[in-house]
Design a protein around this ligand. Sequence first.
Ligand code: G3P
Length: 217
Amino acid sequence: MKFFVDTADVAAIAELNDLGMVDGVTTNPSLILKSGRDIIEVTKEICSIVSGPVSAEVVALTSDEMIAEGRKLAAIAPNIAVKVPLTWDGLKTCKVLSGEGFMVNVTLCFSVNQAILAAKAGATFISPFVGRLDDINLDGMELIGDIRQVYDNYAFKTQILAASIRSANHVSQCALMGADVMTAPPNVIKAMASHVLTDKGLDQFMKDWAKTGQKIL
Ligand code: G3P
């Protein structure tokens, strides 16, 4: 499973990228707001750090404007994936931009039917939002499994990019469900390293080591 980092925080991206944890980046208007940066500038900087796909999202609501915005975003760097919402206009935009050879990430997906439409419109990535379905007492992870099954049934090439990932547990569940990619904030990726028994074991090793009175360096 590929790891995308869901942030526009350049320092956090660089830290994870140095560890080989970043196969790509996803951003959205909320993350651009959080960064406090200009969308073009920060996206360009991210693309200079990360060689994998970097999703940059359009903000227009009509396909003509989305297509124009998408072309402008795609001109930032060759590894831009234009992110469009799963609306009818977003699907039209996906068809046009993917036809022009650009990567397209169709976002805000909450159903199998939406995922089928995105695949037929030529999406490179479909982004089902796991956490936001859980928020309304639906099963976000079940949607990942269902899309996996349907895409496999018909050999759709669109990659399942599990988004709205809120916990380390979500990450392992996505891997078990067969998501091609997951995107998570840096803190969630770091939380994957934590285990209470690791902490407990390390604490015991440190106590016993102190009793030896030895040093390695
Ligand atoms: O990639 C989409 C993601 O940013 C949404 O996450 O936690 O705001 O639902 P969240």
